[in-house]
Design a protein around this ligand. Structure first.
Ligand SMILES: [Zn+2]
Length: 487
């Protein structure tokens, strides 16, 4: 079992992004990251330790800070390695290991053989069950269960759901069936629908920690923090699970912060904001988000099934709650979290952030949380209206020196990247997505996302949907940048 990470996208502030790219062009000396003891990061060049001070240069000029507040200095060699986490997004908790249904081993080779489901066999087992054969219901449920598991392994979630439902027709109180079905709904962000089998499972098995764990996930996804906290507390009481403990701490922080918040709701959004934001700003944000929603719905050919949670913070609350690195301007961890300190209306910059973050929600849900980070960030930047024209020169320059990461190395989390490496990663990812759009339109991005939801990995999805691979895509990206640079 691998530890799960919350679905998380850190989005870089655009000012920092431009600054870091400037550094990339301006100096051949590499940029460093000064990590302070309070968790803040400073991206700088020419960092020197001088007595009890650390001096450094930023685009704003030379600076000096006491060494006593510095935790360490990361010298940036612009070396990239694949980040540790397997996927850029994952649910708030992992799915528990669910016991297999009884009797499946005996018939699994009869239900699935030659890499296909034997529907004739399933029909025979079903008719035996209907005519009252001994253990007929168990066998029919097991047959559909095997078919569902096979379809999950093939990435065909809708058909798998269908088979679990048919299995439940024969064994309505089977907890493994109910939990497997719920997990598939949860993975598709259908949180309210998932509550149905979960409530049934809780009636059958009231002391199951797994059921409570999954109910917490469903409530968390549906933005019902009180109930999420209650279920995860119950789950912890029944059986300790570090995964649940972590999710519970996070949900409790959210709940405490949001207790005094006001709420606003539209067809597709559930908004929360504290007293320092005005209702006018909240209304303005909801209006912009609704417009963005319609636009993304048609561009990405997808409609998120449930309202999306949006939370507006003061700067300090944002830093406390999200524990984000200082280069992060907003975060999407399933809910869109945005610092709006001092704003009274939707500025053009805020509008870009909203579109960017909402794009993450669409991508996360359409790809079932499996989109690689480069595709997430590249598409989000593209949708907010950013283009590669300014970064083409510095990126080509970096590429010619072998200082541009491979897209494969940018699939996982970028959390460990320094600000400067992150800036390169953002610019390179945008260029890659732009090149996909230029070749086949936004519909190619949409098809790729659909393929990623079911393909075993990103490169197979690229092959299936675009008849391309990473090498092609990177070459195509360089071609786009050369073209942009000549303009
Ligand atoms: Zn982002």
């Amino acid at each position: 079992m691998t530890a799960s990470r919350p679905a998380l996208t850190w989005c870089m502030r655009s000012a920092l992004l431009a600054g870091a790219l400037l550094l990339l062009v301006a100096s051949s000396a590499s940029a460093d990251t000064i990590l302070l003891k309070n968790g803040r990061r400073i991206i700088a060049s020419n960092v020197v330790e001088d007595g009890d001070h650390v001096r450094y240069e930023t685009p704003a000029g030379q600076m000096s800070i006491p060494k006593s507040i510095v935790l360490r200095i990361d010298r940036d060699n612009l070396g990239y390695s694949a980040a540790g986490s397997a996927a850029s997004s994952a649910p708030p908790v992992s799915a528990p290991e669910i016991d297999p249904l009884r009797g499946t081993e005996d018939i699994s080779h009869l239900v699935v053989h030659n890499d296909a489901i034997d529907f004739v066999y399933i029909a025979q087992v079903e008719s035996a069950a209907r005519s009252g054969a001994a253990a007929g219901n168990d066998k029919a449920a097991a047959a559909h269960y095997v078919a569902a598991q096979f379809l999950v392994s093939k990435g065909d979630t809708p058909s798998a759901i269908d088979h679990y439902r048919q299995a439940l027709g024969f064994e309505p109180d089977s907890v493994p069936l109910l939990l497997n079905l719920a997990v598939l709904y949860l993975r598709q962000s259908q949180f309210t629908t998932a509550l149905d089998p979960l409530e049934h499972a809780q009636r059958v098995s009231p002391d199951s920690a797994d059921v409570a764990k999954l109910m917490g996930w469903a409530y968390y996804g549906a933005n019902k923090m009180d109930q999420a906290v209650a279920e995860w507390k119950r789950s912890e009481k029944l059986r300790h699970d570090p995964d649940v403990e972590h999710a519970l701490q996070k949900a409790e922080r959210d709940k405490a912060e949001e207790e005094s918040y006001r709420e606003g709701e539209t067809a597709h959004f559930a908004l929360k904001y504290n007293g320092s934001s005005t209702p006018d700003l909240a209304r303005g944000i909801l209006r912009v988000l609704e417009d963005d929603f319609r636009d993304l719905e048609s561009q990405l050919d997808f409609t998120p099934p449930e309202p999306i949670g949006v939370i507006l913070y003061t700067e300090q609350a944002f830093a406390d709650i999200t524990r984000a690195p200082s280069w992060a301007g907003a975060i999407n961890d399933g809910r869109i979290r945005i610092p709006v300190q001092g704003l009274t209306s939707v500025t053009p910059e805020l509008a870009r952030v909203l579109k960017h973050e909402l794009t993450h929600s669409f991508i996360g849900q359409k790809s079932h949380g499996r989109a690689p980070t480069w595709l997430q960030e590249g598409t989000a930047q593209y949708m907010e209206g950013r283009r590669s024209s300014e970064s083409a020169g510095p990126l080509l320059n970096a590429a010619s020196q072998g200082r541009v990461p491979t897209l494969a190395s940018l699939e996982g989390s970028w959390m460990s990247l320094s600000g400067n490496s992150a800036a390169v990663a953002y610019a390179w990812s945008l260029a890659a997505v732009e090149s996909i759009v230029q070749n086949g339109g936004v519909s190619d991005v949409s098809r790729l996302l659909g393929a990623i939801a079911t393909a075993p990995d990103t490169e197979s999805a690229l092959r299936d949907s675009l008849h391309s691979d990473y090498a092609d895509l990177q070459q195509q990206t360089i071609t786009l940048l050369r073209h942009e640079d000549l303009r």
